[in-house]
Design a protein around this ligand. Structure first.
Ligand code: ADP
Ligand code: MG
Length: 704
């Protein structure tokens, strides 16, 4: 959280009445609450509607909380030498359940009067065949009690340690009550009058009050809407402003000609007609590179949609205008494969292409570095090694980044810093990004989409098989191999249990070799722990068709292109995310043959896992899959979101708030249109707020 103008809200948390140094330490360590402001923004994660009463017959073990009116009888103390448990029966007209206590007996045992009606509130659980509620909240039914319980009650996240110090949900609520008593006049409005009016938003102060202690469901909804709007509005405004600054201030190289290199490739080498989508994207890139501004374009295209050729043609235009170009990939294998295919496409053209990765030998590296500096190397392809400081270009004009979500903004900026005028940047991703995420992650980029696959592709058939049907799957693999096809078998590799996963992989490899023994068959294995040279050697054997089966971890996830491979078997598919499954599936279906993706899973699946695998079976559309992934898992698990800051969202939810996001973006665009430098008096609050929020990030705009 950025510093806030108001000194009061910056006050360290220990100075709040009821906190003190010990609790303050805990609040800092357990909840990242350092000052009043942090507490104010520690929102309830849900609310309990205490206006609703349930009958005992309605109670199920799944309910998070219930509120019941009933009478209490049959109080019993249990335990041998001393009491360890106390129970009582709660009954209403529909039945009865058990109340349980594990402490506080002395005080409780005479508290409940027979025949009196109580309001009982707590979490029901099924114990044996009887429902019970442990440590319920109980109060007698009085007109006041019913009235009071009609409010929405906030529930705050707490932890074991906080609870031990009295800071359970209730305790935190108490602190907030105290804080809000004093804080009111220190909560400043952060949105301009005009937007508040136009969008019918409640004031910031009202919103912060109501989010903690809603008067009713409707006022809570208004508070949430206001706070979500504000959060998304400022993210969008910041992104849009950065883009504006980039366009206004940053000169870009003008690629005025399309010349020999491009034409040679296009007319003599390209063996297929570009798809309509590819043509459109090339036009967009052409127009960017003619505009005199730096291009910053995100190219989204599903696996196999033909992004590589776009990258090559873009780089060739740079060369035609006397510039160098580079292509950056996230892994060595990918960089190598790009290098192979690009060198191949450009053979006999006189264009010098080099490969630079972490494992490039010292002597070779030296030659490449000096070639780049002198300009005798025209295109360099590589990994992160390309952004090291020692890499200098004579005149870098075009940077293509493949599978961008693995590179952070900071890394992009480092590449741009390599020349005074920044090179044009084309970022390519095969992970379809749901619109809400794209708007938030890449709101500062222009976006192109290849939404059309090259003609003649047969849609991949996806099948879900349980482990018990493994023999059937082996049989199918045998048939396909007999037809001359190749097969991938992929195992999950997840950090926490790397050792176990590696064992799974090796066991799997052995069982495959048993099923497909030499000399009739040959099986490759590739995983992340292998030396790059061994990996390449194994890859090469598969690429060239010497081996029929490739057993691998997800290192083969991105980019690998073996058109003859037509079967993708994914082991423990339930452990993969949807986007990852989609990426893996994209490794097949690249040739003319019918391709298959077989999702193997354990026999017992959770409802969630079944749903995910079901989506994979039912569609090949990457965007639809990405939307479902976002719905099911939230943005935290989606690649690219980790460094983006969108996980810091306090209240907006990208899976649910698309409408608010779009609306907030539209308001941000309006605002900048009307007052691009934020000079109008009404927009002063906006200036201030931007400064508070993005103080240390503003200079990114200048670098880019
Ligand atoms: P991706 O977008 O996943 O990087 P690639 O660029 O690797 O896809 O392209 C996949 C395959 O499709 C490659 O073999 C490529 O040569 C081929 N391809 C690309 N564009 C076309 C096209 N317009 N017509 C036919 N084949 C194409
Ligand atoms: Mg690719």
């Amino acid at each position: 959280m950025a510093a806030v103008r108001s000194g009061f809200l910056d006050t360290p948390i220990e100075f709040l009445k009821g906190v003190g140094p010990k609790r303050a330490d805990l609040l800092r360590a357990e909840a990242e609450i350092f000052n009043f402001q942090d507490l104010l923004f520690f929102f309830p994660f849900r609310y309990i509607d205490r206006s609703r009463f349930y009958t005992i017959r309605e109670v199920t073990g799944e309910m998070p909380f219930v509120q019941i009116r009933g009478k209490i009888s049959d109080i019993q103390l249990h335990g041998k030498q001393r009491t360890t448990r106390m129970t009582a029966t709660l009954s209403d007209a529909t039945g009865s359940l058990e109340l349980v206590w594990f402490r506080g007996f002395k005080w409780l045992k005479d508290k409940f009067k027979p025949g009196v009606e109580y309001i009982v509130f707590g979490k029901p659980a099924l114990f044996g065949r009887v429902y019970n509620i442990a440590h319920p909240e109980i109060e007698p039914v009085t007109p006041g009690a019913i009235n009071q319980s009609s409010a929405m009650q906030p529930v705050y996240n707490s932890t074991e340690k906080l609870r031990a110090r009295g800071l359970d949900s209730k305790g935190i609520g108490k602190l907030l009550k105290t804080l809000l008593e004093f804080a009111g006049r220190h909560i400043h409005e952060t949105l301009p009058e005009s937007i508040l009016k136009q969008s019918k938003l409640v004031s910031r102060e009202t919103a912060l009050r109501e989010i903690h202690f809603p008067t009713n469901a409707q006022s809570l909804q208004k508070a949430q809407a206001r706070l979500k709007f504000e959060e998304l509005f400022y993210i969008q405004l910041n992104l849009l402003r950065q883009r504006m600054i980039r366009l206004e201030k940053t000169e870009g190289y003008v690629f005025s000609v399309v010349g020999e290199h491009f034409n040679n490739f296009f007319f003599n080498r390209l063996s297929f007609e570009l798809t309509g989508a590819q043509k459109r994207v090339m036009k967009e890139i052409r127009s960017d590179t003619l505009s005199g501004k730096q291009m910053n374009r995100l190219l989204q295209g599903d696996v196999g949609s033909g992004k590589t050729v776009i990258a090559v043609m873009s780089m060739l235009i740079a060369l035609d205008n006397g510039f160098q170009a580079c292509l950056m990939a996230p892994t060595e294998i990918l960089a190598f494969q790009h290098y192979e295919s690009v060198s191949n496409m450009l053979s006999d053209s006189g264009i010098q292409v080099a490969l630079l990765t972490g494992s490039t030998k010292q002597s070779e590296r030296k030659t490449i570095l000096s070639g780049l500096k002198e300009g005798s190397i025209h295109i360099v392809i590589g990994t992160h090694a390309l952004i090291e400081d020692v890499v200098a270009f004579e005149s870098l004009g075009m940077v293509v980044i493949d599978e961008q979500h693995r590179f952070g903004v900071a890394q992009r900026a480092r590449l741009w810093a390599k020349s005074d005028t920044p090179p044009h940047v084309l970022v390519m991703t095969a992970t379809p990004i749901p619109r809400t995420l794209a708007m938030t992650l890449y709101g500062d980029l222009d976006v192109s989409v290849i939404d059309e696959l090259p003609p003649g592709r047969k849609p991949i058939k996806t099948i879900h098989q349980y482990d018990r049907n493994r023999l059937k799957v082996f049989g199918f693999m045998r048939d396909q191999v007999a037809k001359g096809r190749q097969v991938y078998v992929v195992y999950p590799l997840i950090k926490e249990s790397e050792k176990l996963d590696l064992k799974d992989l090796n066991d799997g490899y052995e069982s495959i070799v048993r099923e497909f023994p030499p000399p009739q068959y040959a099986v490759s294995i590739v995983h992340g722990k292998m030396k790059p040279a061994d990996k390449d050697w194994e890859m090469q054997r598969f690429v060239s068709g010497q081996t029929q089966i490739m057993v691998a971890t997800t290192v083969i996830e991105v980019g690998i292109d073996v058109p003859n491979a037509s079967v993708m078997v994914i082991e423990s598919a339930e452990r993969f995310g949807l986007s990852q499954l989609h990426q893996l599936r994209g490794r097949v279906g690249r040739g003319a043959d019918q391709s298959y993706c077989i999702l193997m899973s354990k026999d017992e699946l959770s409802a969630d896992a079944r749903k995910r695998l079901g989506v994979m079976v039912s569609t090949n559309d990457g965007f639809q899959i990405a939307e479902t992934d976002l719905q099911l898992r939230g943005p935290g698990d989606i690649q690219g979101t980790q460094q983006s800051g969108i996980l810091d969202l306090k209240i907006a939810d990208l899976t649910k708030d698309e409408a608010i996001l779009k609306y907030a973006r539209a308001r941000a665009i309006d605002l900048l249109k009307g007052d691009s430098s934020l000079q109008k008096p009404d927009n002063r609050v906006v200036r201030q707020r931007l400064q508070e929020l993005y103080h240390d990030r503003l200079h990114w705009g200048r670098i880019s």
